[in-house]
Design a protein around this ligand. Structure first.
Ligand SMILES: NC(=O)C1=CN([C@@H]2O[C@H](COP(=O)(O)OP(=O)(O)OC[C@H]3O[C@@H](n4cnc5c(N)ncnc54)[C@H](O)[C@@H]3O)[C@@H](O)[C@H]2O)[C@@H](O)CC1
Ligand SMILES: Nc1ncnc2c1ncn2[C@@H]1O[C@H](COP(=O)(O)OP(=O)(O)O)[C@@H](O)[C@H]1O
Ligand SMILES: [K+]
Length: 504
């Protein structure tokens, strides 16, 4: 799915009206119907539920008015509260006229804030994508009143006060919605950790906006759902053999951190790799042989750290990082790998990234199309400067990937994949059960296997791997619960997750 800016969203509205020959109030009616249907289906409210609908002066307020009318028609008794304004949008005015006289409709003032009991459902239809500045005055007071009320807050399109695709100044008022119901495509703001407290559980409701416009519009950001990837992992041909899917080399582990090597190796083996060789310090030899018998092991001459790079000739792709440690001799191995990769895909994680950050001259040696998998702290070390906010970090990601012509997986909820040409792809799978040691090592193994598969482009390998890793987490959590989820559980579900994406 494409992620449009607020500006592009308005253009999409206009294109839809043109292409479908409908009036703007008809489109508003569709949006309102989608919200009302969701509300009745998902919340299953009793007819006695006190609905309070807060409407701003624009089309977001118009949506609110139409929803009030529809709830009334369905047998509910909504109350409408209007934010006073000198100018209203035409579709707001039309829906104000259409509001049945039985619906109580009151202009808000500092003295007429409604009491909102905890069982109330409050719809925030104050401001949507037309927000042009932070909220102050009465609008800010209403937001504060809603946030401290304890009522279930449901935002229409965007929580009021939240910009759809840029930061609002720190501390400016924003509705803290329990649910956000948006239209057709997600907004960038929904995917950033800094907005988690505002957006709540968000849903995108299809309202038939012009598919042709969406298809043609160039965007900076994408949201990767199952539909985007289904069938993109080719089936294994009947006459394929282990050579077909590549031989990968993994450099991982150090004394006390052999588990990272085991997890990455086992994840790689469960992700379709043809052959896997693992380079570990000598201390890891037995550990690897016993816990991953399908892998071959090349022990390093040194006991506790990896200090020598094996001959690269046999390998289709190389992964380096999980549990490695940051010895000077390991940094030298990384330098030799970067210099001698000769077009082999590289997957760099964990200590390989920390070594890049502390030996910054190595960054200049990164071969194009390398795949890096930092969590936010590792990414901060790589860029060398902290990001004051998520939008800033996103720009850093874009700049880093275009500067080094690499793919960079910024891990977290909605993991963001930066690409050499600039577009960023946000992942939709995964859950907080994965926020525990070892999940990242598993991702490295999955990505190494997919990068070794010559049938896949670098972009598809990365997208499929990130999506399948999160999906494995979701499948596993259904069995173990989030708290009980371990990285080893993830590995058991990678196969089923990849299978869901296989086709053609
Ligand atoms: N994008 C879509 O697909 C559709 C959008 N619709 C709705 O239309 C909304 C956008 O409508 P509008 O463009 O009218 O914008 P909004 O209704 O979000 O707000 C615009 C109005 O608020 C004022 N305003 C902006 N910031 C303010 C502030 N900080 N303090 C006080 N006033 C402020 C503006 O001057 C303008 O009058 C969407 O969010 C959505 O709810 C739906 O009706 C139809 C489909
Ligand atoms: N709240 C979350 N929602 C979804 N995925 C998550 C969440 N927390 C962590 N993850 C995923 O788990 C992995 C954690 O990786 P990382 O931080 O490197 O852990 P480790 O180094 O312990 O293996 C990443 O792929 C990340 O996207
Ligand atoms: K809103």
């Amino acid at each position: 799915m494409k992620i449009l800016t607020a500006h592009q969203t308005h253009a999409l509205d206009q294109a839809t009206l043109q292409a479908q020959g409908i009036s703007s109030d008809a489109l508003m009616e569709r949006a309102a119907t989608a919200c009302t249907t969701w509300l009745l289906d998902q919340l299953q409210p009793a007819f006695t539920t006190p609905f309070h609908i807060f409407c701003g002066p624009g089309n977001n307020g118009g949506d609110g008015l139409a929803i009030a009318r529809q709830l009334h028609a369905a047998g509910y008794t909504p109350q409408v509260w209007l934010l006073p304004a000198t100018k209203h949008s035409p579709d707001f005015l039309l829906n104000r006229q259409r509001l049945p006289p039985q619906i109580s409709c009151t202009e808000l003032s500092a003295r007429t804030m409604p009491a909102l009991p905890p069982e109330a459902v409050a719809l925030d239809a104050l401001f949507g994508t037309g927000l042009s500045r932070p909220l102050v005055g009465l609008a800010a007071d209403i937001v504060a009143h809603l946030n401290q009320s304890g009522a279930t807050l449901l935002a229409v399109d965007v929580p009021s006060g939240l910009f759809a695709d840029s930061s609002q100044p720190a501390g400016s008022p924003v509705v803290q919605a329990r649910y956000t119901l948006s239209f057709e495509l997600p907004k960038l703001a929904f995917l950033l950790p800094q907005n988690a407290g505002f957006v709540g559980d968000w849903t995108v409701l299809p309202i038939g906006l012009d598919a042709d416009f969406i298809h043609k519009e160039a965007v900076d950001n994408h949201f990767v759902d199952a539909g985007f990837l289904r069938g993109r992992l080719p089936q294994r041909g009947k006459f394929s053999h282990k050579g077909t899917f590549g031989h990968a080399l993994l450099l991982a582990g150090s004394y006390g951190k052999m588990g990272a090597a085991v997890l990455a190796a086992r994840a790689c083996l469960h992700s379709g790799i043809g052959l896997l060789t693992v380079r570990v310090p000598a201390v890891g030899y037995d550990i690897l042989q016993i816990s991953a018998p399908e892998a071959m092991v090349l022990p390093d001459p040194a006991r506790e750290f990896v200090t020598e790079l094996p001959e690269l000739k046999p390998y289709a792709a190389v992964g380096m990082g999980p549990g490695l440690g940051q010895e000077a001799s390991t940094a030298e191995v990384l330098r030799q790998l970067l210099q001698n990769a000769s077009g082999r895909p590289l997957v760099l994680d964990a200590d390989a990234l920390n070594l890049l950050a502390t030996h910054r001259e190595l960054l200049e040696l990164l071969p194009p199309n390398s795949l890096l998998t930092p969590h936010p702290k590792e990414f901060e070390r790589l860029t060398g400067e902290p990001a004051p906010g998520d939008y800033h970090r996103l720009e850093q990601l874009r700049n880093f990937c275009t500067q080094y012509r690499c793919y960079c997986v910024l891990k977290g909820a909605y993991t963001a994949l930066g690409t050499p040409d600039g577009p960023v792809y946000f992942n939709s799978t995964g859950n907080p059960g994965m926020a525990s040691g070892g999940s990242g090592d598993v991702l490295t193994g999955v990505l190494l296997a997919l990068r070794a598969d010559k049938r896949l482009s670098p972009l598809d390998a990365a997208l499929l791997g990130i999506f399948a890793h999160g999906r494995a987490g979701d499948l596993a959590a259904a069995e173990t619960g989030q708290a009980g989820l371990t990285a080893s559980d993830l590995i058991r579900y990678i196969g089923p997750a990849l299978q869901e994406l296989t086709g053609g």
